[in-house]
Design a binder for this molecule. Structure first.
Ligand SMILES: [Zn+2]
Length: 238
């Protein structure tokens, strides 16, 4: 299994960057996790849109779904005949209405606790805590397990989500110096703290506006040697 970071920022992209979007590849599957602003161009550096196996949207905030519209155009122009399965929360909002109107997508509403299977990939969802309905997802292929939190604050489901995974991609949007009051995301330190819940590595992502990679990376390395900062364009072995 390999994970490529297409975009790692929120809530909007810095120069020459993208918001949340990831390509998870197994031997025979290309799975997209979120499709934020700027991710389609990055995706096309790796694969053709005809070769997307299925797509998961953790939630319906724009920094996770912005490129769904242009993806539908790319699919319409492609040789692909079948609709693309899109797993997403059933959260009533204008974005959902728009997605429902796109004929290239086959929308599948996420059911927590259900085990899904597409080809060689098994996956299940865990409800996270965020201002809108959001699910983390655990994906398994053969003996490899990967987990993604989507956007979340600290909650009891994270332990189940990351259990058995060798890599967990975790929302860590704020440095500790800015982590005051009620926030809709984990801090970098809380994302790194997920390493205490399982035996694998944490990749910290969804980096907030105004930070540079060096200061985020410094904070991560000061806390754990089992966590690292997501790097756009980088491919990680799972
Ligand atoms: Zn969000």
């Amino acid at each position: 299994m390999e994970l490529t970071v297409l975009g790692k920022y929120g809530p909007f992209p810095p120069k020459n960057s993208a918001t949340s979007g990831y390509l998870l590849q197994t031997e025979n599957a290309n799975v997209i996790l979120d499709m934020g602003a700027g991710t389609l161009a990055r995706l096309r550096e790796k694969i053709s849109v005809e070769d997307i196996s299925f797509l998961i949207l953790s939630h319906l905030h724009f920094d996770h779904i912005s490129d769904m519209g242009v993806l539908s155009y790319a699919l319409a122009f492609s040789k692909r005949k079948e609709k693309l399965n899109v797993y997403l929360p059933n959260f009533d909002c204008k974005a959902l209405e728009t997605l429902k109107s796109i004929s290239e997508f086959n929308l599948i509403f996420i059911e927590e606790g259900k085990l899904y299977k597409e080809g060689e990939v098994e996956f299940c969802f865990y409800k996270m805590t965020h201002p809108v309905l959001c699910y983390g997802v655990k994906l398994r292929c053969n003996d490899k397990v990967f987990a993604y939190t989507g956007d979340t604050t600290v909650n009891d489901n994270i332990k189940s989500l990351v259990s058995g995974a060798s890599v967990a991609l975790c929302d860590g949007a704020f440095l500790q110096r800015d982590f005051v009051g009620v926030k809709p995301h984990m801090s970098v330190a809380q994302a790194v703290g997920v390493t205490e819940l399982f035996d694998g590595r944490v990749i910290v992502t969804h980096i907030g506006e105004g930070y540079n990679d060096c200061e985020v990376s410094d904070e991560i390395f000061s806390l754990s040697n089992r966590a690292e900062l997501a790097v756009e364009g980088k491919t990680y072995k799972i």
